[in-house]
Ligand binder design. Structure first.
Ligand SMILES: C[S@@+](CC[C@H](N)C(=O)[O-])C[C@H]1O[C@@H](n2cnc3c(N)ncnc32)[C@H](O)[C@@H]1O
Length: 211
């Protein structure tokens, strides 16, 4: 099976939005993480919701006082994000090579489960781009599924897809962030919420771009 990330998310975009746009209502831990990055960024600039999907993270950030933009690879996801968040700007981009985004554009990046379809050997390109588009001292919040396995998914919320999910080890991600010249301030792990989400252990990392 050959994973086709863009096509999978294009085709499942509406189903994904229907299922997950309101998910934060049931995830107090995730809301607390977002509150923390909002406080860290303060009024220093715009936060990027990277791999924004239908834009539920961007929505929360905006509703809690942040200036926010969203970036995603999938046009279908962007269509949903724009439909659901008419007051937020979303653009198409590939986080491994964000050609259209200038250096030091953002004061913060929230990449919520955005690297879950990125294999480990491509994370250095992603973190190089995160560093480039963040201002010196800019804040990053990254979340992902913990593990070493690759999950081949053929059904995403009732839509037939070919999509690989890559789990990552916190120590590996931490080392790759450090190699990309980030200071990793905190790594927090949590158990999955029962009945709310996939039953995987999760990691949340706060990091800062070094000057
Ligand atoms: C698991 S979803 C997470 C979406 C949203 N952040 C959330 O928390 O529900 C992963 C998202 O990352 C996007 N994505 C995957 N690979 C990407 C890439 N290389 N560049 C930009 N976005 C990408 C997908 O289109 C999808 O919307």
């Amino acid at each position: 099976m050959k994973s086709d990330v863009r096509r999978a998310y294009d085709e499942a975009a509406k189903a994904y939005a229907d299922r997950l746009f309101d998910e934060l209502a049931n995830k107090p831990f995730d809301r607390a993480m977002l509150d923390r990055i909002i406080a860290k960024v303060g009024d220093s600039g715009t936060v990027c919701d990277m791999g924004c999907g239908p834009g539920q993270i961007a929505r929360y950030l905006k509703d809690h006082g942040a200036e926010v933009n969203g970036i995603d690879l999938s046009s279908g996801k962007l269509e949903q994000a724009r439909r659901l968040n008419r007051d937020i700007n979303f653009i198409r981009g590939d986080m491994r090579a964000l050609d259209g985004v200038a250096d030091s554009t953002f004061a913060g990046i929230v990449a919520a489960y955005a690297i879950v379809n990125i294999p480990c050997d491509q994370l250095p390109s992603v973190f190089r781009e995160f560093k480039r588009i963040l201002r010196p001292g800019g804040n990053l919040l990254l979340s992902f599924h913990i593990g070493e396995e690759t999950l081949h998914v053929t059904d995403l919320f009732g839509v037939a897809v070919k999509l690989d999910f890559f789990f990552h080890l916190p120590i590996t991600v931490k080392d790759l962030l450090a190699a990309a010249e980030f200071a990793v301030d905190e790594v927090i792990e949590r158990k999955p919420y029962p009945d709310v989400e996939a039953q995987t252990r999760r990691a949340y990392m706060f990091a800062r771009r070094l000057a």
